[in-house]
Design a binder for this molecule. Structure first.
Ligand SMILES: [Zn+2]
Ligand SMILES: [Zn+2]
Length: 361
């Protein structure tokens, strides 16, 4: 029987989100219904509400979630009812041109549920990032449900599904951060601090956190930053060079998604250094650089899509790091809130008061 559950819906561009009745169908072939236990509030949810992703309103928001598999459709073999899972917004199809080239972390046809979830009047909902987990239950493709160790509490584990994985992968996979590297991270929200934590785990010798908010810089120290730069009053490029013998960092991670921070990241690299952009810009933004600088400084300019992750490989790895005390996921959980408090959580996020508000259901 289809389930009727409470969910958080963005109905129109820029309007406050609201708690609505959502109909979740029984899982069809290759689909699963997951009873959500916790779901983090991510900037991407706010971007959906503000129409900055696309215009496919109404959206069922939420995509950073952990929960229990409720029911499974025909042909589902990777999970069973009762399994504890994190939801992923990448479920490699195995047959697209990227998967066939052996690069499933770029899968161009990632799986989502085939059936829609709907409002009670039948209106189809667009689930955020193909998940829609600010809801008591959600319907996803089975491949989006990644089984993990139930010892990890859902408020912390769910964050791996988006921000933590994106930041961790940006540093370790895209940036290739390893032992002895110098790293700078511009923007110390959830994703930036995950990049800092990852650089620390990977053995970077110097990790420079850059932000305009002292609160975020304090958090960054807790995640392993060795140096902090408040760029509201200091030129971060000069500061990063000063800390690295005048050279710049081996890897600079841009976790803001703005032209000015991209430029800072570009020039804060050592020669032949790597820039990883993981901050998501809005479609109006442009960047202008002297082409001779792009050539002459060399190195690599990369974009990080979900940290090049393979959820089935990487989520359990991050859970192991958490459960053995080497990745402080709890440090990202600033507060837990009810399903009806997402709009207030957006405001706190915009004011920089939280790393993550986590909805607990
Ligand atoms: Zn594919
Ligand atoms: Zn997200």
């Amino acid at each position: 029987m289809p389930a009727t559950v409470n969910g958080i819906v963005a109905s129109a561009k820029g309007e406050p989100v609201s708690l609505r009745q959502v109909t979740v169908p029984d899982p069809g072939p290759g689909e699963v219904v997951v009873a959500v236990q916790a779901c983090g509030v991510c900037h991407t949810d706010l971007h959906y509400r503000d129409g900055a992703i696309n215009d496919d309103f109404p959206f069922l928001l939420g995509h950073e979630a952990a929960g229990l598999v409720d029911t499974v459709g025909d042909g589902v073999t990777n999970v069973a009812p009762g399994d504890y899972v994190i939801l992923a917004w990448r479920a490699p199809c195995g047959v697209c041109r990227s998967c066939r080239r052996g690069r499933p972390w770029y899968c161009f046809d990632s799986a989502n549920a085939a059936q829609p979830m709907t409002l009670d009047d039948g209106t189809k909902l667009s689930p955020a990032l193909g998940i829609g987990a600010f809801a008591e239950k959600t319907l996803v493709a089975a491949g989006q449900a990644v089984k993990i160790d139930p010892a990890a509490r859902p408020e912390a584990a769910g964050l791996i599904g988006c921000g933590i994985m994106a930041g961790f992968g940006a540093a370790v996979k895209n940036g290739g951060v390893g032992r002895g590297d110098s790293v700078a991270v511009i923007g110390c929200g959830g994703v930036g601090n995950a990049a800092i934590a990852a650089s620390s785990v990977a053995g970077a010798r110097m990790i420079i956190a850059v932000d305009i908010d002292d609160r975020k810089l304090d958090w960054a120290k807790g995640f392993g930053a060795t140096h902090i730069v408040n760029s509201s009053g200091t030129d971060p490029v000069e500061a990063i060079r000063a800390l690295t013998d005048g050279n710049g960092a081996d890897v600079v991670i841009e976790a803001v998604g703005r032209p000015e921070t991209y430029r800072q990241a570009f020039f804060a690299r050592d020669l032949a250094g790597t820039l990883v952009q993981v901050g998501v810009p809005d479609p109006s933004m442009k960047i202008e650089l002297d082409l001779i600088e792009v050539f002459g400084r060399g190195g690599a300019l990369k974009s990080s899509w979900y940290g090049d992750c393979l959820p089935t490989r990487d989520f359990p790895m991050l859970i192991d790091l958490y459960l053995t005390g080497r990745l402080d996921l709890d440090g990202f959980v600033s507060e837990t809130i009810g399903l009806d408090q997402v709009e207030e959580a957006f405001a706190r996020m915009e004011r920089g008061e939280v790393l993550r508000s986590v909805v607990v259901i």
